[in-house]
Design a protein around this ligand. Structure first.
Ligand code: SF4
Length: 449
């Protein structure tokens, strides 16, 4: 049962010291109750209170982890139905499926693609992160697990079999890189409970339908298994979509424990061609799938899925930002132009991309505007002449260039006079309004003095 803010407040030291980043204990307690901050942020709370509050404020979808190091994968930890209520926590895992009965060349090709595809977007590195290895019956699951760790070391591993012995051997082969062991069902539930205890691995549970899944999950919970991933058995897009919603609602709204685990879905078993798998996967990703398994990975399906993830899993209450700093672009020197803009990451990447494209080495000053874009930041008083001047002085850019000319965004033309007063040693030049016009502007640019 979730605790109220007042119940949490009673367990806090009530110093009102603000070290948790929130001015009062009452405000902190309210935020913990709302799931907007963690009890660990208060350094003075007792271990006993931490345990009580932590248990009561645990997310309704349990957080699970498997793999290790670069190949660690985290799922779950979700607390809401809709992203705008708070945020979605852990990105959907994208898995490529290989099978013990596939020929070596096909497996090598899939692993190479899984390992090689990587994209950078607004400063974020994006890639698929899981390999699912399916036991087609008597195959060498452990041998394939070793091969995956060598060929695709950034991928966490899912081992799929109904044979507890095959999974145990696979888990041993993975060592510290603990895999997800998928294959528990109503018939083998006791053996999987023992397997979970023996290996310490997360267990994947498959139901014939939602009711069957709940029965099996309840038995595993009763046997002491805490970390699970659940498969409702749905093998059509519609069933998967509906089951995921029912499961998330039951877990978040009703605190229904047997469905309070991340879900795994199999677009690879819902369509015959990869493009259709990707379309189904994109729908399931939007509605709560924690892992989606595809029959192969190709750049043309992976990139749009990663972009969808980026959209869904960024925090809507926190703009994406880059750090306030001086950014040298393509090796500027003391005669290179100096430009300034805000730290909204999209602005930074567009502006820096245009400067790079112009092939004119430049200094780009990024001022912290709390992630607001140029005009919004100016209107909010975070990108005014006084603040820009203060930043230019403390940044040290004056020591890096012979000229003292600052190029400001065209949208800030109205602050030119004010900025000249604040920075009397600098010439202020109004740059273009649109980043797309920067290359032409920079090619014409000469220091004013
Ligand atoms: S750090 Fe702890 S004691 Fe200090 S204000 Fe925050 S909750 Fe209260």
């Amino acid at each position: 049962m979730a605790l109220t803010g007042i119940q949490i407040l009673k367990m806090l030291p009530k110093k009102n010291c603000g070290e948790c980043g929130i001015p009062t204990c009452l405000a902190f307690a309210m935020k913990v109750a709302a799931g907007q901050t963690e009890i660990e942020e208060c350094p003075y709370v007792s271990d006993e209170a931490k345990a009580t509050i932590g248990e009561a404020s645990a997310p309704p979808i349990r957080t699970i982890k498997f793999g290790a190091g670069d190949a660690e994968f985290t799922a779950g930890g979700e607390t809401c139905l809709f992203r705008h209520e708070k945020r979605f926590e852990n990105q959907t895992g994208i898995a490529v499926l290989i099978s013990t009965d596939e020929d070596a060349a096909a497996i090598d090709g899939k692993l190479k693609r899984a390992n090689d595809f990587e994209y950078e977007r607004v400063g974020v590195m994006m890639r698929n992160n899981l390999v699912a290895i399916k036991d087609a019956g008597g195959g060498d699951l452990a041998g394939l697990a070793k091969k995956v760790m060598e060929a695709a070391p950034k991928q966490a591993i899912i081992l799929m079999s109904e044979s507890v012995d095959a999974l145990k051997a696979g888990a041993e082969a993975c060592g510290a890189n603990k895999p997800l062991l998928f294959g528990a069902n109503a018939e083998n539930v006791d053996a999987f409970a023992a397997l979970a205890k023996e290996t310490g691995c997360v267990i994947g549970v498959k139901g014939k339908n939602l009711d069957d899944l709940v029965d099996t999950a309840e038995k595993l919970i009763a046997a002491g298994v805490k970390d699970m991933v659940i498969d409702t058995g749905a093998r059509t897009m519609r069933d998967g979509f509906e089951d995921n919603i029912v499961a998330r609602r039951a877990a978040v709204k009703e605190k229904f424990k047997p469905l309070g685990f991340p879900t795994i879905t199999f677009p690879c078993e819902m369509a015959d061609d990869l493009m259709m798998e990707a379309m189904i996967g994109s729908v399931l990703m939007a509605k709560y799938a924690a892992i989606t398994v595809f029959s192969d990975i190709q750049g043309d399906i992976l990139f749009p899925l990663l972009l969808e993830q980026l959209n869904i899993f960024t925090d809507p209450q926190r703009p994406m930002v880059v750090q306030e700093d001086i950014y040298p672009i393509t090796g500027p020197d003391e005669n290179s132009p100096v430009l300034i803009t805000c730290n909204f990451s999209l602005t930074y990447f567009i502006v820096s991309g245009e400067i790079e494209g112009s092939k004119i080495p430049s200094w780009l000053l990024i001022k912290d505007t709390e992630g607001l874009s140029v005009l919004t930041a100016w209107a909010a008083g975070k990108f005014g002449a006084d603040l820009i001047a203060m930043f230019v002085k403390k940044s040290g850019i004056g020591d890096k260039v012979k000229h003292h000319e600052l190029i400001i965004p065209g949208y800030l033309a109205t602050i030119k006079g004010e900025l000249e007063e604040e920075l009397p040693d600098w010439t202020i030049t109004i740059g273009p309004r649109e980043a797309g016009h920067l290359p032409a502007f920079l090619k014409e640019w000469k220091p004013a003095s």
